[in-house]
Design a protein around this ligand. Structure first.
Ligand code: FES
Ligand code: FES
Length: 188
């Protein structure tokens, strides 16, 4: 367990005082960490500002856009809606866990190859959705992938490339390869 060391993490909340903060222990991308945090701090805030993991982007902060999606004990969670104290004892995975040694993983490469991003703001959330879906349903067909990515919002690229990218890694099902590309861009 890595004990929280003042100054060792990029930014502390000034309000995380001894009077108000409570201890939280969790695993962030495989690393056990322990830190004090005010009970009202969101998991997204803590990941970004306390644990130095800014890859989780925050848009609406109200649960609508899904850009802040991370995996908590393997399940997709909107980190802006979850309190950090609720993640006590959990294993949290963020987009930073995907690339290893500076090398993009398969899904990240697929996003690149299929033009699944433009501004990239929504991308961390879609990558975590896709990661979880492919673990749970490695042979997910395009319909399942569409249902999955419909949980999140992309305002500039559209969904066709995102579906294509995830489908390119899904094992072929009985009705043929999930990776069959969309015939018309802009549709998934
Ligand atoms: S920032 Fe969390 S759902 Fe939009
Ligand atoms: S790539 Fe810009 S919002 Fe999705």
């Amino acid at each position: 367990m890595t004990a929280f060391q003042p100054g060792s993490i990029r930014a502390q909340f000034p309000s995380d005082t001894e009077e108000t903060a409570v201890p939280v222990r969790l695993t962030a991308n495989g690393q056990p960490v322990e830190f004090p945090v005010d009970p009202w701090r969101s998991l997204a805030d803590v990941l970004r500002r306390k644990l130095g993991l800014p890859g989780t982007t925050v848009g609406c902060e109200s649960g609508s856009c899904g850009t802040c999606t991370v995996l908590v004990d393997g399940a997709p969670v909107r980190a802006c809606l979850m309190l950090a104290v609720q993640a006590d004892g959990a294993a949290v995975e963020t987009v930073e866990s995907l690339a290893v040694g500076g090398k993009l993983n398969e899904l990240q490469q697929a996003f690149q190859e299929h033009g699944a991003l433009q501004c990239g703001f929504c991308t961390p959330g879609f990558l975590m959705l896709g990661t979880e879906l492919l673990r749970r349903e490695p042979a997910a067909d395009r319909e399942r992938i569409r249902e999955c990515v419909a949980a999140n919002l992309c305002r500039c690229t559209g969904y066709a490339g995102i579906v294509d990218a995830i489908a390119s890694l899904a094992a072929p099902g009985p009705e043929g390869p999930a990776s069959e590309s969309s015939s018309m861009r802009g549709t998934a």
